[in-house]
Design a protein around this ligand. Structure first.
Ligand SMILES: *[C@@H]1O[C@H](CO)[C@@H](O)[C@H](O)[C@H]1NC(C)=O
Ligand SMILES: *[C@@H]1O[C@H](CO)[C@@H](O)[C@H](O)[C@H]1NC(C)=O
Ligand SMILES: *[C@@H]1O[C@H](CO)[C@@H](O)[C@H](O)[C@H]1NC(C)=O
Length: 342
């Protein structure tokens, strides 16, 4: 549905006839760990929900720690994808008593999953369909937890309720968390850059080795000369089950009641982390097969596909053992004691 809309209405000229990968990854673990920003630190400053290969660890040194050889399972549909993908958890802060409840998640349209995210690999910056897949050790971040203003092209929220369309970060989305009751949930979208400088697996800010081709958001086949290599455009969607928090008094006036795990009550600071871990050249093979039609969404014939049951069974115990509300507990404060700001 999303694909038809995006390819037809939004980006017809750039991606006509091309496919993308769109697949589910279930929750692997929820904990305060961040091998990219605070490697080795247990616990990290804020809670993440993490998906992908079960070799996820608090330390994952680029080009030394090899997720495909260290993992024994992945929570993603494609069983050769041992990458890790993570993002901040969302909490409901009760306007009645100030306690926090981790917002549960639900499966995206057409997918079977246990929490986690929907992951996309899209060809928007590819000229003639050609893309260079990431190299072992590659990682990057989209968004910025310190952001205090909107960057709607790549970080956005959709209040779901009445069968809205599916194109990401369009006019129906807001940069901020919507201040109204969303009976069908809130879809959070994180769009990563689609161009690479061709040499660095990472950079000190985990961003400057990659670039958007289109001032943020979905790409065009025009990578800047500083970052000439078209890479797959990664996108995350997270479906937060906000329909459970039904009380008109909590919305519309004053502050909306949801807050990201790092204390952000606006949503502007939503961010995603990506750590590449596809086995051998499987991702390159898939990207090469996209224009031919043999490879699309969760049914790419050049990749190995595991059952939804097997992907949901891949779990990992917390390294930073603590109650982050993972079982629906109410918490007196955000894990790490993060203050809520708006
Ligand atoms: C995970 O990280 C911890 C702490 O750095 C380390 O002790 C452990 O050996 C690591 N596990 C793997 C599988 O590398
Ligand atoms: C706090 O308020 C929420 C509703 O806003 C309620 O579900 C929860 O049980 C309350 N907790 C306490 C300790 O009163
Ligand atoms: C996947 O693709 C194969 C071959 O094109 C087709 O037979 C099958 O029905 C597809 N499965 C789904 C779930 O779309």
């Amino acid at each position: 549905m999303w694909k038809a809309l995006a390819a037809g209405a939004l980006l017809g000229q750039t991606v006509s006839g091309q496919n993308m990968l769109r697949f589910a990854c279930s929750q692997l673990t929820v904990e305060r760990a961040d091998p990219l920003v605070t490697p080795g630190q247990i616990p990290a400053p804020h809670t993440h929900q993490i998906i992908g290969g079960n070799s996820f660890n608090v330390t994952m040194e680029p080009a030394k720690y090899d997720p495909p050889s260290k993992s024994t399972c992945t929570s993603c549909t494609y069983s050769e994808d041992f990458s890790n993908y993570w993002t901040a958890s969302l909490y409901f802060k009760s306007p009645d008593n100030g306690t926090f409840h981790r917002v549960p998640q639900f499966a995206n349209v057409g997918l079977q999953q246990d929490g986690g995210m929907t992951v996309y690999y899209m060809p928007y910056s590819a000229k003639n369909g050609k893309m260079t897949a990431f190299k072992p050790g590659f990682r990057m971040i989209a968004g910025d937890p310190m952001a205090k203003k909107a960057n709607k092209a790549s970080i956005c929220h959709r209040c779901l309720g009445n069968g809205e369309g599916f194109a990401p970060c369009d006019a129906k989305d807001t940069a901020e968390l919507p201040n109204k009751y969303c009976p069908g949930g809130i879809r959070a979208t994180i769009i990563f850059p689609s161009c690479w400088n061709g040499k660095d697996l990472d950079s000190p800010d985990h961003k400057s080795h990659v670039a958007y081709s289109n001032s943020g958001g979905l790409g065009t086949p025009a990578c800047p000369s500083t970052h000439p290599v078209a890479i797959p455009q990664v996108m995350y969607e997270i479906m937060w089950d906000t329909g459970k928090y039904k009380n008109n008094a909590w919305y519309g006036t004053g502050k909306q009641p949801f807050v990201y795990s790092f204390g952000d009550g606006t949503g502007y600071g939503q961010h995603g982390d990506y750590l590449f871990g596809w086995k051998d050249d499987s991702l390159q093979k898939a990207m090469d097969a996209l224009p031919g039609g043999k490879c699309a969404n969760a049914n790419c014939s050049v990749l190995k596909i595991q059952s939804a049951k097997d992907s949901m069974a891949c779990k990992k115990a917390q390294q930073a053992k603590e109650n982050v509300g993972q079982n629906g507990e109410w918490l007196k404060e955000l894990p790490g004691g993060n203050m809520v700001t708006y």
